[in-house]
Ligand binder design. Structure first.
Ligand SMILES: Cc1cc2nc3c(=O)[nH]c(=O)nc-3n(C[C@H](O)[C@H](O)[C@H](O)COP(=O)(O)OP(=O)(O)OC[C@H]3O[C@@H](n4cnc5c(N)ncnc54)[C@H](O)[C@@H]3O)c2cc1C
Length: 375
């Protein structure tokens, strides 16, 4: 008898889990992969949209291209989950699978920062990246503030990548000297797992005259006065870019799957407190940063768990590993080899930055595109 598996969310984690189950358990599982959208977009493609290297249509990879034996993709929106009964309701059907894997990612809570919806810009969504791209085209110089508005957020390097790439763009347009770039973050270091990458990023910003205020938060902005509000003072800006507050999709809160805002899982098996219900990627609280590369390694842990539950034996991957590529501008990319479960504590050796890793990053994207979509 085949085991039915429902994967909720066809993002980085859901796609990797579907392709791993297709490879390892063909004929033993029927996998249904659900997503509300009709196409996948890599997180890093949003930087390409922001800086005009590709448009929104070019970065979309349609789900209809999925060709994985034993996997059926359905474009549906998940409306409710009863984890105790493994019962899933979408806008098109109801399901009672043997195994449910929640991979719904993180949503943005723009309203969590007063003034941000009215006067701020973001590039963490494709629509936001397009809007900011157009705003930058009209920008003629001034004070740009880029602020991480709360922790946790996806892809810890992304704010630093954006400000370094913005520096390059303003230089190319001849308006860098008319601009002040300032990055603000509540974190104590750009990439806490990697002191070497953090130092490299801090040096890169300093070398380009980019101001960096760490371990400080912005609580709101006043779009009329054009000031950002710190705890004890205000600072003026002409263009405010925020990394929005992240939150788990509402459907997971309503399902009773969350604890302290994120889906609670066993950190070894990634199973929720409910039998046969797992969570991977950005929606889950695993003590590991939110990034596609870690969603992928979580997918391998759950794939092992499903193999073990079907065959009664098998190793469980440790998860928590991943390669993070970091854009430094000038065509240079660095690489952090993160391992959050290393003996002796998390490690993150850093390589580069150099054009070598730019080529490797392109290969990283192409390999996943080929694996998940066959092209
Ligand atoms: C600017 C930027 C740059 C980044 N760069 C990198 C990088 O270089 N390397 C890296 O590893 N990571 C990077 N990331 C982070 C990466 O994109 C995410 O961490 C990763 O996509 C998380 O995978 P996931 O499967 O958990 O969630 P997602 O990939 O977000 O997938 C979740 C899916 O669930 C679907 N969904 C949500 N709610 C519902 C619902 N109710 N019904 C149906 N479907 C639903 C969504 O449509 C989505 O497709 C970057 C992110 C950004 C914003």
């Amino acid at each position: 008898m085949t085991t039915t598996v429902m994967i909720l969310g066809a993002g980085f984690g859901g796609l990797e889990l579907a392709s791993t189950l297709s490879e390892r358990l063909a004929g033993e599982v029927d996998v249904t992969l659900i997503d509300q959208h009709d196409a996948f977009v890599f997180g890093f493609s949003k930087l390409d949209v922001l800086f005009g290297h590709q448009d929104a249509e070019q970065v979309r990879i349609p789900y209809r291209r999925i060709r994985m034996p034993g996997v059926e993709f359905r474009q549906e929106r998940v409306l409710a989950i009863d984890p105790g009964r493994r019962h899933v309701v979408t806008d098109a059907a109801v399901y009672d699978p043997d195994i449910v894997v929640v991979a719904l990612g993180a949503d943005y809570d723009i309203s969590a920062t007063p003034g941000f919806a009215d006067g701020g810009f973001e590039f963490y969504s494709v629509a936001g990246a397009e809007r900011l791209r157009d705003e930058l085209a009209a920008f003629r110089g001034g004070r740009v503030m880029l602020a991480v508005l709360s922790i946790p957020f996806k892809c810890p390097p992304a704010p630093y990548e954006a400000i370094l790439l913005l520096h390059d763009q303003l230089v190319a347009r001849g308006i860098r000297e008319d601009s002040i770039l300032h990055l603000v973050s509540p974190q104590r270091a750009p990439i806490p797992v990697s002191p070497w990458a953090s130092i490299a990023l801090e040096r890169a910003m300093a070398a380009r005259g980019i101001a960096y205020t760490k371990h400080h938060r912005i609580y709101g902005i006043d779009p009329d006065a054009r000031v950002a509000q710190f705890k004890d003072h205000d600072e003026p800006y002409d263009l405010f870019i925020g990394i929005p507050t992240h939150k788990v999709p509402d459907v997971l809160v309503e399902a009773g799957l969350t604890q302290d805002g994120w889906v609670a899982v066993d950190r070894v098996t990634l199973q929720t407190p409910y039998a046969g219900v797992y969570a991977i990627g950005d929606c889950a609280e695993t003590g590991i940063p939110k990034a596609g590369t870690f969603a992928e390694s979580a997918a391998h842990v759950v794939a092992d768990g499903i193999v073990r539950s079907i065959r009664g034996a098998g190793e469980l991957a440790s998860g928590g590993t991943g390669l993070c590529y970091v854009e430094f501008g000038h065509g240079d990319v660095g690489r952090v080899d993160a391992d959050f479960h290393a003996d002796g504590g998390p490690t993150g050796p850093f390589l580069g930055p150099s054009p070598t890793y730019a080529a490797e990053k392109a290969e990283f994207g192409a390999a996943r595109r080929a694996r998940w979509f066959g092209a």
